[in-house]
Design a protein around this ligand. Sequence first.
Ligand code: PMV
Length: 342
Amino acid sequence: MWLLSRKECALNKAEYVRAILGGRSQAEAVKSEGVAFAPANIALCKYWGKRQRELNLPQTDSLSVSLDALGAHTVLRRAAKDRVFLNGVEVHENEAFFVRAMEFLRLFIDPCQAIELETQSSVPVAAGLASSASGFAALVLAMEDWFGWGLKNREASLLARIGSGSACRSVHAGFSWWHAGSRDDGMDCYAEALDEVWPDLRVGLLILESGPKPIGSREAMDRTIASSMLYRSWPNQVEKDLAEIRSAISGRDMTRLGEAAEQNALSMHATMIASRPAVLYWTVATVDTLRRVWALREQGVAVYATMDAGPNVKLLYEASSTEAVHTAFPGLIEVRPFSVGV
Ligand code: PMV
């Protein structure tokens, strides 16, 4: 496919990290612990598909909103041996969470220095709720705190991206626009905070299932690109949706934002479903929830749905619809992305 030509990597991950950190020390911590928080984010216009795997360079731009206080609280410190704790429970070194976190940290920190990592995640891990995004963003910010590198936001975003693509958006609160860039070395591929505040915007999380996903997003993206004819239209869909969503944000226009975000999510899932074998994250509960959202909208409530690489549904609405939405969806977790202003 024309848009899928995989370029040779200009840099591998380790070279890329060195190019960004330059002479900044990766050995001398300025504090005994590095502590940071990074929010989860929900894409209003999705990222689906890489143009280069090594550095997580995407095919298209994407745009998200961060989930205020929902995210990852991370602490890093020296230890006698590498240890990882997730939500207070020690993670075995063979588990994927341990391996991915340590592989990432080892791009920055010398293996002679054993590390203890403690993460409290307030979002369910691997439920398509962007827990890896907040996790990798928090790792970068915790290292920044620990080593005192003085990273600029752009640099933090560039670094978080190689942990998980969508993590580059989680270094910002509020709206975050990830520029796909065009360089092979990834240096123009980072997220930028939008200077927009929408205090009445609400994101409702409906956790229908919290188990691990049937297929990881990395493999699912690759399969979509390799086998889904519908993926050919995805870049055009994104271009149209991004323009609409950006303009809806400026105008605080819930109808335009919701319609574009919902169609964008459904289009992304359509590209996956058209893969061979099909990638289907939805369950019966997902479809039932979508129908209930549409029924509520028929009754005049401006509520819209979006879904990521998992069965759960996120709702988009404004403060004025809170009561109606809560009545229809009693288990809803409501997030105010702009509770404290950005
Ligand atoms: O960053 P990853 O590899 O977890 O991919 C995330 C992809 C989606 O959540 C489905 C969409 C997005 O833009 O967040």
